[in-house]
Design a protein around this ligand. Structure first.
Ligand SMILES: Nc1ncnc2c1ncn2[C@@H]1O[C@H](COP(=O)(O)OP(=O)(O)O)[C@@H](O)[C@H]1O
Ligand SMILES: [Mg+2]
Length: 262
């Protein structure tokens, strides 16, 4: 699957279809060239990202590692078309975000990316089950309640289907957010500190689910400050002060999840 095929897949009636295509080694699903994001604040300038080049292929699990304030959330927001860069070019799933029309961006957000937000962003007036069904509806997947139940069971929430977000712990809300993102079948999965609220045993389970996604030709990009999470990745990109300071294969090779602990 190359970027052009990924682009045409956005026009299909079944947006999950492409995720069953085999991944080819060189299919870039995410491509950033010279991307910067500056904020003007109180007469001063904050450079959240500076000249970032990044390429993630279909079938790759990449962890972006960096301390708080290094630009991780800014990076994910740009890739997910929730923000626009002040310089550079961003191509995701065949859509050039920096040139796309408003209607192309709407289609892109529904059918190209799945987001696991740092603050979960669940709908407070929908139950766990309804939040996940909403993820299915938005991306046009018709599988409905059974699929939503199955996904919630996979994240260990079989007994929490009818709970509202305020009736769930932070870690449980995070798992609902993961189930909702998995529901879409979109080719690019973006996760902001997806294990931040989780003990390492639950966190390992979530990482396992994210690892599985790349098998179906998705690209998974996880940002975190937690170095231990990086051991689950194929490739680790290090961010510091808005710049990429390292980018390479996971030195020690993917560690078995059972060895991870934090
Ligand atoms: N909306 C904003 N306005 C001004 N500065 C911001 C805004 N969002 C983020 N920043 C700044 O950009 C830098 C990177 O932030 P962020 O991407 O949230 O980092 P991280 O997710 O790695 O903690 C930080 O210095 C932060 O204060
Ligand atoms: Mg952040």
């Amino acid at each position: 699957m190359d970027a052009r095929i990924a682009a045409s897949s956005l026009d299909r009636s079944d947006p999950t279809e492409h995720s069953r295509e085999p991944a080819s080694a060189d299919a870039a699903l995410i491509e950033l060239s010279g991307v910067s994001r500056e904020y003007l604040i109180g007469g001063g300038r904050v450079s959240a990202l500076e000249s970032v080049d990044l390429r993630v292929a279909a079938g790759e699990f990449v962890v972006v590692l960096g301390p708080s304030g290094s630009g991780k959330t800014t990076l994910l927001n740009l890739i997910g078309a929730l923000d626009t860069p002040t310089a550079g070019r961003i191509l995701v799933a065949g859509c050039e975000l920096t040139r796309a029309s408003a209607s192309e961006l709407i289609r892109f957000r529904r059918h190209a990316v799945s987001f696991i937000f740092q603050t979960f962003n669940l709908f407070p007036s929908l139950t766990a089950l309804e939040n996940v069904r909403f993820g299915l509806d938005v991306s046009g997947v018709s599988a409905g309640a059974d699929r939503a139940r199955e996904l919630l069971a996979r994240v260990g929430l079989r007994d929490r289907l009818s709970h509202f977000p305020h009736e769930l712990s932070g870690g449980e809300q995070q798992r609902v957010a993961v189930a909702r993102a998995l529901a879409t079948g979109n080719p690019v999965m973006l996760a902001d500190e997806p294990t931040g609220e989780l003990d390492f045993e639950t966190g390992r389970g979530i990482l396992g689910l994210l690892q599985e996604q790349v098998g179906s030709g998705r690209a998974v990009l996880v940002v975190t400050h937690n170095r231990e999470i990086a051991r689950a990745a194929d490739r680790v990109v290090e961010l510091s002060g808005g710049r990429v300071i390292a980018d390479g294969p996971n030195d020690s090779g993917r560690r078995p999840l059972s060895e991870l602990r934090w």
